[in-house]
Write a protein that binds this ligand. Structure first.
Ligand code: E4P
Length: 217
């Protein structure tokens, strides 16, 4: 399973890319609004660091505007993937952008039928938001199972990009379900590294070594 970072923060992207575990980045207008500086320059810098797909979202809400903005964002760097919100306009814009060879991530997907429509117009990625479903007492991961099942029945090339990830459990279940990608906030990646038995295990190894070898010295 590929791991993307869900952030526009350059420092976090540098940190986790340096470890070698990050395959791409997703941003959205809310995430980019938090970062000081020119969004185009930030997007370019992210692409240079990641050297993999970087989703940049359009602000336009109409088809022509999404296509225009998408084409413009795609000139920033070959790694840019255009993120469009699901809807009639987003789906139509996806089809047009794909016809020009531009990769598209259809975002804000909350049902298997929305995912099916995105796949039908050749979306490169579909982004179901699991955390936001959990927030309204609906099982977000069940949506992933449904989308993976639907896609498996056909020859769609669209990859399932699990979004709105809130904990390592989302990542573990997504892996069990065969989702292609999880995009995680830095805090979730950080939590994936942690286990108290790893920490206490290292502590004990070092203490045993010190007790034995230190005593002989
Ligand atoms: C995905 O591409 C979105 O940027 C993101 O996962 C949304 O997550 P949130 O629901 O935590 O805002």
């Amino acid at each position: 399973m590929k791991l993307f970072l869900d952030t526009g923060n350059i420092k976090d992207i540098e940190t986790y890319c340096a470890i070698g575990i990050i395959d791409g980045v997703t941003t959205n207008p809310s995430l980019m609004a938090k970062e000081p500086g020119d969004p185009r320059a930030i997007t370019k810098r992210i692409c240079q660091i990641v050297q993999g797909p970087v989703s940049a979202e359009v602000i336009a809400t109409d088809v022509d505007g999404m296509i225009r903005e998408g084409k413009d964002l795609a000139t920033i760097d070959p790694h840019v993937v255009i993120k469009v919100p699901f809807g009639k306009a987003g789906v139509q814009a996806c089809k047009a952008l794909r016809a020009e060879g531009i990769r598209v991530n259809v975002t804000l997907v909350f049902s298997p039928t929305q995912a099916l429509l995105a796949a039908k117009v050749g979306a490169t990625y579909v982004s179901p938001f699991v955390g936001r479903l959990d927030d309204i007492a609906t099982d977000g991961m069940e949506l992933i199972r449904q989308i993976v099942d639907v896609y498996e029945n056909y020859d769609f090339e669209t990859e399932v990009l699990v979004a709105s990830v809130r904990s390592p459990m989302h990542v573990a279940i997504a892996g069990q379900m065969g989702a292609d990608i999880c995009t995680c906030p830095p805090a979730v990646i950080e939590a994936m590294f942690k286990h108290p038995l790893t920490d206490s295990g290292i502590e004990r190894f070092l203490k045993d070594w010190d007790d034995a070898k230190g005593a002989k010295a």
